[in-house]
Write a protein of this length. Structure first.
Length: 658
């Protein structure tokens, strides 16, 4: 037995040795590849890193960290289709409780860009729940979409012939009134590529306008004084007299040191004098740093403030927007973060300030249509937002893709976007579009939130799928929404408008509420009582829905209070399109029997006509007047009754006939 056991141990040992000889080289190779990919990733060599990480995953090895870095590498290059694929893998294996909140945001934005809207809303709403102190957390994704829709359709968007189609063209800047300058990686001619994107480096191109406003064929701007190779340049901002220009460029000082040639080249903002169309006396601004980026300058009209983007320590997110004061002697103050209303845990970029102190910028941290969207906020003289929240400028400027570098002058401007078109060779290449703004942006956040819970009056349990109809003061239906599984509903409405709410569900008595204007939050809770009556022939819907339709003395027109009551009936008839009803109108006993019969017929007809105007098919409606033949109290001829008692008889009934 000892010999057999010893033989088994030797056999097992031999197998283990053979396996180790086979596996150790594999594990060693995997470790080497991961180390190499990590090195590329940490030095912003994202596209090279993705190639290596994907080799590792395809060989059967994956981890939360690898999926995270694959998702980020594609996300930072606006490859949202690939990013959402790897973020999905990340969320399937990661400890989501401890996953940083920005991954919920990035996954949501990637899903929106690929038009997976329901899933995107879910992850964005979870992201909002993780934010403390940000006003955006008060609104759900659905409410944001409603607000975006209200500012959409204000622009005409035009494709431009200046785009290359096989390269990235973006970041137009006004060069006076008759030209623009933009960045492009076309026609560069250098073999070296940018580690971040794997593409060629950007340089400036000039395009002039003709008398009709059409742009000429772009011309590359050479410079004797700037090393063009292996450098990005973008985002110009000129002084009003075109004597000076601020622009973004990689840290050229760091690039010129041999020992640092492989380190990431952060962006800096430089200032130059314009002499004979050349940049002279180039200055490295004191707001720059070696270990962080400072980029995308936008100078105010007076030349006293510079707005820019930075990922310097102390911000709210990955990149924030800052402002710095410029003194009369040209010295710079201390940069100031524009605060939590503007900056988010995500990325804010490409600020543009107008002469009216209106700030446009791109963000993927505020809720948008996908990727970067363009947002608007008005600033006061101290750079404090006037608007309660930033405003999404809407479609067609914004899209499910990245929309950046918005500039505008006299309602005309340019936007850069990587949305796909029929001519695109690669979908994520940016192109420049021209636009005309036909209507000013509206501060849709000056709103009221109508909300509440509907419960069963007897049990106190929430009631789902209750139809809540919101009607304005002119009896125009604003919306019809349904309660969720918790009996909850909410909707943003105009701050300065009062509304009537009708809560209706089959099997319950209806209920209404008046919502007075002038409050940011309007809570209206309903308790519905089970009617216990089935919707069958012979049933009076007025009793089920608690409808009371009264008419003025000797009148047959539908009063405003009657319109509110009839909306309950409209909701039910639309919910049950097979129902047919007979409208029965009644009068009080005053006047002759013949006159009252004619008056009640007119009242029945006006009621039917009203229902038809609200979209109810005439074939489902009939009506008849009964005069004073069916009084519901003792107020007959020659009785001594009060006006209120007579009014009880001036009523309508709504009898189900089928």
């Amino acid at each position: 037995m000892k010999t057999i056991r010893r033989g088994n141990k030797i056999f097992i040992y031999c197998i283990a040795v053979l396996l180790s000889l086979f596996l150790v080289p594999q594990l060693s190779a995997q470790s080497y590849l991961i180390d190499k990919a990590d090195s590329e990733y940490n030095n912003y060599g994202y596209m090279e890193a993705t190639k290596i990480y994907e080799m590792v995953v395809n060989s059967g090895y994956g981890s939360a960290e690898i999926y995270q870095r694959l998702g980020d590498s594609y996300y930072f290059n606006s490859r949202y289709d690939e990013a959402q694929k790897w973020y999905a893998e990340l969320f399937s294996v990661a400890d989501t409780v401890n996953l940083p909140k920005e991954y919920y945001l990035r996954y949501s934005q990637s899903l929106k860009s690929t038009e997976s809207h329901d899933l995107a809303k879910m992850y964005y709403n979870h992201f909002l729940s993780m934010i403390e102190g940000n006003v955006d957390s008060e609104l759900s994704a659905d409410m944001y979409l409603d607000l975006i829709e209200q500012n959409s359709g204000r622009y005409d968007l035009d494709t431009l012939m200046i785009n290359n189609g096989k390269a990235i063209d973006f970041g137009a800047s006004f060069y006076g009134d008759d030209a623009i300058i933009f960045s492009s990686n076309r026609d560069i001619g250098f073999k070296n590529k940018d580690k971040w994107s794997g593409l060629s480096f950007f340089n400036f191109y000039l395009s002039e306008k003709d008398s009709l406003g059409n742009l000429s064929e772009p011309v590359r701007l050479e410079s004797r004084h700037i090393r063009m190779k292996d450098m990005h340049e973008s985002s110009l901002s000129f002084t009003e007299d075109l004597s000076k220009v601020y622009f973004s460029r990689n840290n050229i000082d760091l690039a010129d040191t041999k020992e640092n040639k492989d380190l990431p080249l952060h962006l800096k903002i430089y200032l130059a004098d314009i002499v004979n169309d050349e940049r002279e006396n180039i200055q490295d601004l004191p707001i720059n740093g070696v270990d962080f980026s400072t980029a995308h300058p936008s100078l105010n009209a007076a030349g006293t403030k510079l707005y820019f983007v930075s990922d310097r320590p102390g911000g709210y997110g990955e990149t924030d927007i800052y402002v710095v004061d410029i003194s009369a002697d040209g010295s710079f103050g201390e940069p100031k973060n524009l605060g939590i209303k503007i900056n988010t845990p995500g990325r804010e970029s490409f600020p543009f300030i107008t002469p009216d102190n209106e700030l446009y910028f791109s963000s993927d941290g505020h809720f948008g249509l996908g990727g970067y969207d363009v947002f608007y906020v008005k600033l006061d003289e101290n750079d404090v937002p006037v608007n309660k929240r930033v405003l999404n400028v809407g479609t067609p400027v914004n899209s499910p893709s990245d929309d950046v570098a918005y500039i505008v002058k006299n309602s005309k401007g340019y936007i850069s976007t990587n949305r796909s078109s029929e001519d695109d060779v690669v979908e994520y290449y940016d192109n420049i579009y021209g636009f005309t703004e036909n209507e000013p942006i509206r501060d849709v956040f000056v709103k009221s939130k109508i909300f509440g819970v509907v419960t069963d009056k007897d049990s106190g349990e929430p009631i789902s799928d209750v139809s809540i109809t919101i009607v304005d003061e002119s009896n125009v239906e604003l919306t019809k929404i349904k309660t969720n599984a918790s009996g909850y509903y909410e909707r943003l409405v105009d701050f300065e408008v009062s509304y009537v709410l009708n809560a209706v569900k089959s099997g319950y008595s209806g209920e209404d509420a008046f919502s007075n204007k002038g409050s940011e939050e309007r809570e209206h809770n309903f308790q519905l009582e089970k009617s216990g009556v089935a919707l069958v022939a012979g049933v009076d819907l007025a009793s089920i829905l608690n409808i009371k339709i009264y008419f003025d003395l000797d009148k047959h027109n539908i009063r405003p209070d009657a319109q509110v009551e009839l909306e309950k009936l409209v909701v039910l008839l639309k919910e049950y399109p097979v129902l047919k009803i007979d409208v029965r109108a009644h009068t009080d006993s005053r006047a002759s029997d013949a006159y009252n019969m004619a008056l009640s017929n007119r009242r029945a007809k006006s009621t039917v006509d009203y229902l038809i105007t609200r979209g109810i098919d005439a074939s489902r409606l009939s009506g008849k007047g009964y005069g004073e033949s069916q009084l519901i109290n003792s107020c007959g001829n020659d009785s001594n009754c009060s006006e209120e008692e007579h009014q009880e008889n001036r009523r309508s009934e709504f009898i189900i006939v089928e």
